[in-house]
Design a protein around this ligand. Structure first.
Ligand SMILES: *[C@@H]1O[C@H](CO)[C@@H](O)[C@H](O)[C@H]1NC(C)=O
Ligand SMILES: *[C@@H]1O[C@H](CO)[C@@H](O)[C@H](O)[C@H]1NC(C)=O
Ligand SMILES: *[C@@H]1O[C@H](CO)[C@@H](O)[C@H](O)[C@H]1NC(C)=O
Ligand SMILES: *[C@@H]1O[C@H](CO)[C@@H](O)[C@H](O)[C@H]1NC(C)=O
Length: 568
């Protein structure tokens, strides 16, 4: 209560500062100390950018609720427009929460790709949100002893699931507590200062520092659609353009429920089967020919149902030395939930089709050996992100749901389970938030409904996105007056993952001319998912850094990132 009156004061202070900027978007001189990037990169990490990239820092308060707060230096990165006239800056942020803007724009070299997507007249500016990159990195020293065992139960309506509540009681509740305690121990000083509301305030500071017209131009993907929706609700008059790509629902996120996250995962898998069969037995040998030339996606779904049911009835426990994801303690990890987690993450991008194909094959042939004993060949690549636990650091600080005992989570777990059949693979990772000991120092409580932004928001979403269902985009759009949704019919999470010149033109015209697409606009990708995957695999067999860094889910799993926002 107290916090919200403080935040109102700060909000109006922000507004009055911005007024003098009205007029041209172009910065005369933006008080930022831009200079060629000279970051202290970990050994072996080289920027993939092939164009000059500038860096700057911006001082903001560590704690906006405290007038005497210590300062925090935000790390900014800029890929300058390549063409005159320069129209201004578009701020990009990847998802996570916890993915780094510096990493994607500069180190992965995507900044120049996005600059060209926008036609070359806009600067592309990125930053590391709190908890991300080197900005108060959120890392917890989680102790890892212990071993436990087994599970079972059936549900044949859709793809079978493990009994999530028994998993919670048997293992996840205690494992979460180990993570929560370690994070509380290690992050006491700053754990409260992570969270989306402060990042929205940071972003307003960046807009002011850019000294253009005081308005935000923003592209947020995945979790960063929460950052965008929050910014738009807090500062509706400060929007010039906002593209929200692969949409997370504000209520679901801030509640800490994550109920919609697996709603469309089966549709995404079904779409993969359809693409595979259309691609034919050369690209997709066994699956495309599973029951002979007449193989259907339904036949493949049915077989997956049977395979998963076998793993429900006769659970397989992975070896204790199986490297657990960061919120799990070693031991007692069930093959079915781990397998579904992996399939779910491989559905993020058509680029991963070949790996996804290989995984699906292990289920069709019931030969899980490569899953149970993965080769240890892959070395962990160096990473800019110093906060491996920042998904929880940010998402849990933002979340309202709390529980004192597993029973208090029963309703939430049921709700997750009935919404999507991949919930047993996905949902456990968000369960630690129920015991989280930090709350964000400020949590903007809305209203999040009926928001009249100074320019309408453009949403874009795929119907085959495993983690942010298209229904999220419709529902979110209904809260922001005059906004539009483009249905991008490519596969996966993020419209750039499966290129469509139709989608890209709409985005470019929106930023350039403010043009909004007709309602009901749908865009097809330029080529099928398998064609695109082949193109990328061919590129990856060369020596491009971009191609090497893009490969597979191992990097995601090992870096401990959340499921959201990974990655173009
Ligand atoms: C679930 O399985 C049972 C037993 O095999 C069967 O009787 C029932 O019709 C199935 N339900 C659905 C929705 O498929
Ligand atoms: C596909 O199925 C047909 C008929 O069962 C078989 O003759 C053919 O060899 C199969 N092709 C592949 C690539 O498996
Ligand atoms: C939204 O804001 C604009 C500009 O201030 C105003 O003209 C319009 O009437 C508002 N719409 C609603 C529904 O309040
Ligand atoms: C590696 O990349 C460089 C520069 O992009 C290129 O000149 C060279 O031919 C490439 N080598 C191979 C083996 O592809």
């Amino acid at each position: 209560m107290l916090i919200s009156s403080v935040s109102l004061l700060l909000a109006s202070a922000g507004l009055s500062q911005a007024l003098p900027h009205a007029g041209t978007k172009r910065a005369e001189s933006d008080g930022l100390n831009w200079a060629p990037c000279n970051l202290d990169l970990p050994e072996g990490l080289e920027p993939a950018s092939t164009v000059p990239v500038d860096c700057a820092t911006l001082e903001v308060p560590l704690d906006y609720t405290n007038p005497d707060s210590k300062p925090l230096d935000l790390q900014l990165v800029k890929i300058s427009a390549s063409k005159e006239p320069v129209k201004g800056s578009i701020i990009f942020n990847p998802g996570g929460p916890g993915a780094s803007g510096i990493d994607e724009l500069y180190l992965q070299g995507k900044g120049e790709v996005y600059r060209d997507l926008f036609g070359g007249h806009w600067n592309v500016v990125g930053f590391d949100a709190r908890g991300t990159g080197h900005t108060i990195p959120f890392a917890c020293d989680v102790p890892r002893p212990g071993i436990k065992r087994s599970l079972s139960r059936r549900n044949n309506e859709t793809l079978p699931q493990a009994d999530m509540y028994s998993l919670l009681k048997r293992k996840a509740w205690n494992d979460a507590k180990v993570l929560v305690d370690a994070c509380y121990e290690d992050q006491q000083e700053t754990g409260r200062f992570l969270g989306t509301t402060f990042v929205a305030r940071d972003m307003l500071k960046i807009v002011d520092a850019l000294n253009e017209d005081g308005k935000l131009r923003f592209w947020g993907r995945s979790y960063s659609t929460i950052l965008g929706q929050t910014f738009a609700a807090m500062f509706p008059d400060r929007i010039d353009r906002m593209l929200l790509d692969s949409v997370v629902l504000n209520d679901d996120y801030h509640a800490g429920h994550w109920i919609t996250a697996t709603k469309a995962a089966e549709d995404s898998l079904y779409h993969f089967f359809t693409e595979c069969i259309n691609a034919g037995p050369t690209d997709c040998p066994v699956i495309a020919n599973f029951t002979g030339p007449a193989t259907t996606p339904d036949a493949l779904m049915k077989e997956m149902r049977t395979a998963f049911q076998e793993l429900v009835d006769n659970p397989v426990t992975l070896p204790d030395e199986y490297e657990p994801l960061p919120w799990w303690q070693p031991g007692g990890i069930d093959l079915l939930t781990e397998f579904k987690y992996t399939v779910f993450s491989l559905l993020y991008r058509p680029e991963q089709y070949p790996t996804l194909y290989a995984y699906i094959l292990t289920a069709l042939t019931r030969n899980y050996e490569v899953v149970i004993n993965p080769s240890q060949a892959a070395t962990v690549p160096p990473t800019w992100n110093q906060g491996p636990n920042n998904f929880h650091g940010i998402a849990c600080a933002d979340a309202h749901f709390r529980a004192d005992k597993p029973e208090d989570m029963y309703s939430l777990v049921q709700s997750q389970a009935v919404t999507g059949s991949f919930a047993d693979g996905f949902s456990p990772q968000v369960w630690p938030c129920a015991q989280w000991k930090f709350k964000a120092a400020e949590q903007f409580e809305g209203p999040y409904h009926g928001i009249n932004t100074s320019y309408p928001i453009l949403f874009i979403n795929s119907p085959y996105d495993p983690v942010t269902p298209l229904s999220n985009a419709w529902e979110a759009s209904a809260h922001y007056l005059g906004s539009r949704v483009v249905v991008h019919e490519g596969h996966g999470h993020g419209f750039m993952n499966h290129p469509s010149s139709c989608s890209q033109n709409i985005v470019k015209e929106y930023f350039d001319e403010g043009k909004l697409p007709e309602v009901g606009t749908r865009c097809k990708p330029d080529m099928t998912g398998f064609e695109y995957a082949k193109l990328l695999v061919a590129a990856a067999s060369g020596n491009s850094t971009v191609a090497r860094r893009g490969l597979g889910s191992n990097q995601m799993r090992r870096s401990g990132q959340g499921m959201f926002g990974h990655q173009i």
